[in-house]
Design a protein around this ligand. Sequence first.
Ligand SMILES: Cc1cc2nc3c(=O)[nH]c(=O)nc-3n(C[C@H](O)[C@H](O)[C@H](O)COP(=O)(O)OP(=O)(O)OC[C@H]3O[C@@H](n4cnc5c(N)ncnc54)[C@H](O)[C@@H]3O)c2cc1C
Length: 199
Amino acid sequence: MRRIGGAQIRNIGTLGGNIANGSPIGDMPPLLIAAGASLVLQKGVAERVIPLEDYFVDYGRQDLRPGEFIHSIIVPKIGPDQHYFAYKISKRPQSDISALCMAMSFDLKDGVCANVRIAYGGMAATPKRAANAEAALENQPWSEQNARKAMLALGKDFTPISDMRASKSYRLQVAQNLILKAWLESKAEEPIHVLEADI
Ligand SMILES: Cc1cc2nc3c(=O)[nH]c(=O)nc-3n(C[C@H](O)[C@H](O)[C@H](O)COP(=O)(O)OP(=O)(O)OC[C@H]3O[C@@H](n4cnc5c(N)ncnc54)[C@H](O)[C@@H]3O)c2cc1C
């Protein structure tokens, strides 16, 4: 969150706006999707609750009916066995739009992954879960070998585009490498990368 915009943007921007604008490169949707968040949508006294990933239908199209607004965002508390990683890739640490953004969550019991959720921004027309990469890890030991299997599976999840921020091959390679980064970070005694200047 410290890498979203600059201090001015963080002081005034809202989570609701970050989701509602439907951007494929908004930073919070992948983080919240990986965390299993849901949206409470309200119109008058009528409310409905949807998983956040279902809100993003297609580029520029969200599941928001006329008159509805995002009333609240429900984020499950992190569980005792849950591991969570989030990475933003951009050319500057602050005040820069993501080339891509990734978040990953899973429960680890006896070394085996469950409830794997991996979400990316900047890899498709909407923020999106990586179903094949998730399946490669679900019910599997959290090992480098399986992290690399998930990296390979990611090639089936996304066909990213090239634009001024990154080429499609760079996007896919970095997206894959972020899974490896999560693996390495999970084994490191200290976080691999901390933005001291932002703390
Ligand atoms: C200089 C600059 C840097 C930025 N950097 C980043 C960045 O690093 N990462 C990033 O993700 N974004 C960035 N942004 C984009 C933006 O600031 C954020 O997405 C911010 O969170 C938007 O929130 P807001 O409250 O300002 O939304 P607004 O801009 O006020 O609203 C966005 C849209 O959503 C609608 N909306 C707002 N709230 C709701 C609601 N509750 N229910 C329904 N519709 C709603 C509005 O009507 C509007 O159409 C940047 C913007 C600027 C100008």
